[in-house]
Design a protein around this ligand. Structure first.
Ligand code: ADP
Ligand code: MG
Length: 317
């Protein structure tokens, strides 16, 4: 029997830890991301997501433990790692006075892409993120969703194998979020490995194939996203306040097949949906379509703590 070496993972961390003074931002994180994964990195604010991604992106050194990207150590082989990854931080400055093409050309030059080749590279990444028609625009004139997609184009310019995206969908409206997710799926089809972080589990549920959940710097779960789904599908619900008596709104919404159940809490409704893939837009359509004013509509985000409990309960049963 021939022993072929195990395939090299896109990311392998082993007991990765990072402290800031007394603060343990990350404790003994051992995690594998396989090549080709669209990997969700989930945790509440302060859980340690950004710290982990910054270490993988070589911007922060671990206090102990190690991390490898495609077999290269992020500390010892930092230069090589930088060429293999595209890192999109949670907040990045945009150059509002620059034109879209200028901006990408500038980053292409930073990666030493020869100028003869750069025009095509820039055109290719613009096409990929759906911004071809905006190429002559000033960045300041783009919507937030377009700016996020431009940020994505920027990290694609040197054709990296691994994308590290820190909450790229945060602050986007539902439509812009869906567009962003579609691009990420396309990139996965092209063979890229993608790690995307979020503090909202439902945002990644239908997108990712695998995920990790961290809390207070510690790994709580790592595995197929299905494993988490089983713990949360029961719970997706929306808070609604309408400009009509709650009982009337209830009746209108119960007539829709998307609705599973409705509870009335004072002047608001809590609407439970049948399928976790359903978003709240049908609620808006129904009420507005019936001439009712919609005063409030927001998802009742299931606390991650609750998810952890369900997932870990599942694991120990
Ligand atoms: N440069 C820093 N100095 C001190 N504390 C930090 C620093 N960066 C992060 N932290 C702390 O580490 C913890 C994890 O932060 P972070 O990785 O940003 O979490 P997340 O991205 O999941 O919200 C937080 O408690 C945060 O306050
Ligand atoms: Mg963060």
């Amino acid at each position: 029997m021939s022993d072929s070496p195990p395939p090299i993972a896109a990311v392998q961390t082993t007991n990765l830890s990072r402290e800031f003074g007394d603060m343990k931002a990350l404790s003994n994180l051992t995690l594998t991301v396989q090549r080709g994964d669209l990997f969700g990195f989930i945790g509440s604010n302060g859980a340690g997501k950004t710290t982990t991604l910054r270490i993988l992106a070589t911007f922060l050194t671990p206090t102990s433990g190690k991390a490898e990207v495609l077999g290269y150590d992020v500390v010892r082989d930092a230069d090589r790692v930088r060429h293999l990854i595209g890192y999109m931080p949670d907040f990045f400055g945009v150059y509002k006075e620059m034109e879209v093409t200028e901006y990408l050309d500038f980053f292409g030059a930073c990666y030493k892409i020869p100028s003869a080749q750069r025009d095509k590279t820039v055109a290719d990444v613009l096409e990929l993120v759906g911004l071809t028609e905006k190429k002559g625009f000033l960045i300041g004139a783009l919507s937030r969703g377009m700016q996020q997609r431009l940020g994505l184009a920027r990290v694609l310019i040197h054709d990296p194998q691994l994308l590290l995206l820190d909450e790229p969908a945060s602050g986007l409206d539902p439509r812009a979020r869906i567009e962003m997710m579609a691009i990420l799926q396309e990139l996965q089809r092209m063979g890229k490995t993608i790690i995307i972080s979020s503090h909202i589990l439902s945002e990644l549920q239908t997108l990712c194939n695998r995920c990790a959940i961290i809390e207070r710097g510690q790994l709580i779960y790592s595995g197929p996203i299905r494993g988490v789904e089983a713990g949360v599908t029961e719970g997706r619900s929306f808070w609604v306040r309408a400009g009509c008596p709650p009982a009337t709104a209830r009746e209108l919404l119960l007539a829709r097949t998307e609705t599973r159940q409705i509870e009335i809490k004072e002047d608001r409704l809590k609407v439970f949906v049948e399928d976790p893939r359903i978003d709240g837009s049908y609620i808006a359509e129904t009420l507005v379509g019936a001439g009712v004013r919609l005063l409030e509509l927001r998802e009742d985000e299931i606390g991650l703590e609750e998810v952890f409990l369900r997932v870990t309960e599942g694991a120990t049963q």
